[in-house]
Design a binder for this molecule. Structure first.
Ligand code: GSH
Length: 209
């Protein structure tokens, strides 16, 4: 498998999940501004959508959309999904919310310099983080089991911290728990991001999408 990624972007959740699943993969960096890959290819020819992530399977098929990629990894390693009869449904429910509600709420941070719009985005992200704070009391989003949804939330908490979005001590505690995981530290190091703790505010914004 091969994951096309940009450092610190939502594709980081795929890298963390691949490591959690113990799946071997190659990784190729994409410059999301120029759309040129690390090996000098036109990324739009690989993924006409132009954004990361994209996962190439061993048989050459490609998968786009972070939800689909994370779901595929959880399919290969079911311990990365919540258990129980509704486990898969709960995972899709959470991934959909993370993508369409939380991830989407960050958009003004990337696309607008308008202070009012950015303040509104900060409020929208903070409100959404509060909504899920009750989910993280038992270690991770689905209790003691770390899932691909935690990998996705972690990436967005990293953005939230970099943009100064206020968050509860519970959410910061969750962030610290996730960052303690060996797979997370490894993924951050591989993307040249280092450890975001303890200098939380020192995450360089230019490495974010
Ligand atoms: N719908 C896509 C959105 C992915 C996305 O927003 N990727 C960002 C990085 S987190 C990106 O590559 N942005 C560059 C661009 O859109 O040109 C998904 O969920 O996978």
């Amino acid at each position: 498998m091969k994951l096309y990624y940009a450092p610190g972007a939502c594709s980081l959740s795929g890298r963390i999940s691949l490591h959690e699943a113990g799946l071997r993969a190659a990784f190729e960096k994409v410059d999301i501004q120029t759309k040129i890959t690390e090996e000098g290819y036109d990324y739009r020819a690989i993924n006409p959508k132009g954004y990361v992530p994209l996962l190439v399977l061993d048989d050459g098929q490609t998968v786009t959309e972070n939800i689909a990629i994370l779901e595929l990894i959880a399919d290969r390693q079911p311990t990365l999904a919540p258990g129980g009869p509704l486990g898969r449904t709960r995972l899709i429910e959470m991934l959909s919310w993370l993508s369409t509600e939380l991830h989407a709420a960050f958009k003004p941070f990337w696309h607008s310099q308008d202070e009012t719009e950015r303040a509104e985005a900060s409020g929208a992200v903070a409100e959404r983080l509060d909504l899920i704070s009750e989910h993280i009391n038992e270690l991770y989003l689905f209790g003691p089991r770390f899932t691909v949804a935690d990998a996705y939330l972690f990436v967005m908490l990293r953005w939230a911290i970099a943009f100064g979005v206020p968050m509860s001590p519970q959410m910061l505690g969750y962030f610290e728990r996730v960052v303690e995981r060996e797979t997370v530290r490894r993924a951050l190091a591989e993307e040249g991001l280092g450890l975001p703790l303890p200098q939380l505010t020192a995450i360089p914004v230019e490495v974010l999408p």
